[in-house]
Design a protein around this ligand. Structure first.
Ligand SMILES: Cc1cc2nc3c(=O)[nH]c(=O)nc-3n(C[C@H](O)[C@H](O)[C@H](O)COP(=O)(O)OP(=O)(O)OC[C@H]3O[C@@H](n4cnc5c(N)ncnc54)[C@H](O)[C@@H]3O)c2cc1C
Ligand SMILES: NC(=O)c1ccc[n+]([C@@H]2O[C@H](COP(=O)([O-])OP(=O)(O)OC[C@H]3O[C@@H](n4cnc5c(N)ncnc54)[C@H](OP(=O)(O)O)[C@@H]3O)[C@@H](O)[C@H]2O)c1
Length: 389
């Protein structure tokens, strides 16, 4: 007797959803896959997040296209599950529903002034430069002298890099033409990257921090804390598990020792141990009030503790890049505190599974979603075999 076909609905055509489809196609029995994507085009943050000056990463889209071209896969675009159809509808027509909706909400600072004009969350900026339909008309004003990026992750570095690129470098990318033209003419001369903890605790990747050091025209201004680690930081840096942090600190120390190039176009300032308290301005961002912090706690568990000392910096543009959260879907459990759909061994409820950032939280690289998809698909096949034989 022919094996029965496993019918699967996947919600979200980002890397997690597409790796799930790919793994299902590799599996031991026939499958029929319906993918539902709310946007007109697939690939999630690979298309609308990954920086346009990283074409090697964006090339993953070509591999993902192959999965979509498979005859067992049907992509339904412009369908938002939870608005146009419910998860319940999908469950009624499929043997399994896999939620792969990513982490679409930016985390907010929750400070006064965050609603002012020219304060933008990082996903809006990343979407704008990458042609995301929701951000094509982003009201961003780059006609300012000083800008601040809050957050010490790779997204903050992506944004800093794009603001520090020369017009010639921007012209070589596949970025959205309107954004390219606006970025090429910006007037920003000083850019602050602000972290509430220190350089040892920053989430920067080694390649990403080193790349900044290869770019022309940047005058670095690095907080003195990079050359003055305290005992707990020293012990964290000496740990064998701290390769990445050692590389980040070494790069920052190198940049701190470099004289400003004579042709510097932009000053890039790494300001550590500062937490934003308020964004000032009447209708639009003008300045940022920061509170100096010190670190407390054991190595690897260090917390930023406010000291009460304040500093104001000019900032006519503020980009908040402090991570992301998933969005709840009607009828599906949601962990509000973590911003994820909770799953037990990849299962959310009978016949409902989750994969990628919506389940694990907004951490990790594109490739990490592949392992997650492999494990999730293993559970789907075993549940199907148990219930349907
Ligand atoms: C700005 C940025 C840059 C990054 N750059 C890199 C990088 O250079 N290299 C790297 O390895 N990693 C990078 N990452 C991380 C990488 O993008 C993630 O690991 C990965 O995209 C997570 O995959 P996902 O499928 O879970 O989510 P997503 O990529 O967000 O995909 C989710 C998809 O679901 C769709 N969707 C959401 N809700 C619904 C709904 N209700 N109905 C239908 N469809 C829906 C969305 O439109 C989207 O297409 C970056 C992340 C960010 C935020
Ligand atoms: N090139 C690449 O490979 C690439 C590019 C982009 C993104 N990514 C990946 O995508 C994931 C998400 O990146 P991300 O940069 O968005 O997030 P992230 O790595 O989680 O960094 C978030 C940053 O925001 C800070 N932060 C959080 N809440 C804050 C608050 N209330 N006030 C001040 N600072 C706050 C965090 O500081 P604390 O540590 O103190 O919490 C941290 O420095 C990461 O895994 C990243 O590596 C990879």
């Amino acid at each position: 007797m022919a094996e029965s076909t496993l019918r699967v609905a996947i919600v979200g055509a980002g890397p997690a959803g597409l790796f799930t489809a790919e793994e299902l196609l590799r599996g031991p029995r026939p499958v029929a896959i319906d993918m539902f994507e709310k946007l007109p085009r697939p690939f999630g943050l690979v298309r609308y997040g990954v920086a346009p000056d990283h074409p090697h990463t964006r090339r993953i889209m070509r591999l993902l296209e192959k999965t979509l071209a498979h005859p067992a896969v049907r992509l339904h675009t412009n369908i938002e599950i939870g608005r146009d159809r419910t998860v319940e509808d999908l469950a009624a027509r499929h043997d399994a529903v896999v939620i792969a909706t990513g982490a679409e909400e930016d985390r907010a600072l929750g400070i006064p002034g965050e609603q002012l004009a020219n304060v933008h969350p990082s996903l809006a900026f990343a979407g704008w430069i990458n042609g995301h339909p929701d951000f094509a008309d982003l009201a961003i004003d780059l006609n300012v002298e000083t800008a601040a990026i809050v957050g010490n992750g790779n997204v903050a570095l992506d944004i800093a890099r794009m603001l520090a690129r020369t017009p010639e470098e921007l012209a070589a990318t596949d970025m959205a033409p309107d954004a390219r033209e606006k970025l090429a003419r910006h007037r920003i001369r000083r850019l602050h990257i602000i972290g509430r903890r220190g350089p040892v605790q920053a989430s920067f990747g080694e390649n990403e921090i080193l790349e900044l050091g290869t770019m022309p025209g940047i005058a670095f201004r690095i907080d003195p804390v990079v050359v003055m680690p305290d005992a707990a930081d020293e012990s964290e840096l000496a740990d064998p598990a701290s390769d990445r942090a050692r590389a980040v600190v070494a790069a920052l120390r190198d940049y701190a020792s470099r004289p400003a190039p004579p042709d510097a176009r932009i000053e890039l300032s790494f300001d550590f141990l500062r937490r934003p308290l308020a964004i000032g301005g009447e209708t639009r961002a003008r300045e940022l009030t920061l509170e100096l912090c010190r670190l407390e706690g054991d190595p690897f568990q260090r917390r930023a503790v406010p000291t009460g000392a304040l500093q104001k910096i000019d900032a006519g543009l503020v980009i908040v890049s402090i991570g992301h959260r998933g969005r709840a879907l009607p009828g599906v459990p949601f962990d509000v505190a973590r911003g994820v759909i909770p799953a037990d061994n990849h299962r959310v409820a009978p016949g409902i599974y989750a994969v990628g950032w919506i389940k694990r939280g907004a951490r990790g690289l594109i490739g990490h979603n592949r392992r997650d998809a492999m494990e999730t698909v293993g559970i789907i096949f075993s549940d199907f075999s148990r219930t349907r034989g």
